[in-house]
Design a protein around this ligand. Sequence first.
Ligand SMILES: Nc1ncnc2c1ncn2[C@@H]1O[C@H](COP(=O)(O)OP(=O)(O)O)[C@@H](O)[C@H]1O
Ligand SMILES: [Mg+2]
Length: 273
Amino acid sequence: MVEESYVIYAKNIVKRFGNIVALNNVTFKLRKKEIVGVVGDNGAGKSTLMKILFGIHKPDRGELYIKGKLYPELTPKKAYELGIVLIHQERTLCPHHSVWRNIFMARELTGRFGFLKIDEMKKRSEKALQELGLISRIESVDTPANYLSGGYQQGVQISRALVFDADVVILDEPTNALSLKEVQKVLEYVKQLKERGKSGIMISHNIYHVYPVVDRFVILNKGMVVGEFWKKDLNLEDLSHIMLSIAETGKIPPEYSKINLAEKPDSKEVEIK
Ligand SMILES: Nc1ncnc2c1ncn2[C@@H]1O[C@H](COP(=O)(O)OP(=O)(O)O)[C@@H](O)[C@H]1O
Ligand SMILES: [Mg+2]
């Protein structure tokens, strides 16, 4: 079955919020060792799709396969167990809790008698933060989250994925609040995922942040997949041209039809090396 060859296969997903159709028959696939960029204007449905893949929202219609198995009732807890981590657009740290508490939130390490392994969690938190290299000034992992800069807070979120060695890391607009240098660190992290045999989904409306790190693009517009391209088929200028055209006319220029996987259903199953 084709669904089995993907880490994530979301098929014909529909999601409504009252009268708003946030996702209209969206099919999305993610392979092992693949980084996919999801791009599109504000309100296109990017975050809604990611929340479905992580079990925050339940689709009204469609099927969600993870590692080949169908999950009709996915929850964030289950998604974590399956190795999926979602790094949110919204700040999701608990402001009064320490860095290490936030990193291990809801997944605390405990010893034989249920005691928290605090030293171990602090040590692992420090290691992850250093490995990420996002932090120039190393603060204590006991620092409460609300004392941290935006970049550091983002680092804490990414450290959650590092600590748990997630198989699929979803980053929803991870570069929004970051300085240029911090952006580079995050992009480096996304690139490394692939080398470590993991998969990633990178969302940004800044195509200059997405382009360097992905293998494939999925373009959402008004809840629909209007374009899907291998990066090797597009240069940055092409992508910029396409995004502009969608913003202005809602359409992808016809000269890109031949390489648009969203318009060629049978070429979608091509495997990447
Ligand atoms: N929890 C929600 N309740 C109501 N409407 C929502 C909710 N989440 C998203 N939407 C709506 O769904 C559409 C898609 O939103 P979203 O997925 O956040 O887009 P994007 O992340 O691409 O900017 C928008 O019209 C948005 O207003
Ligand atoms: Mg969003």
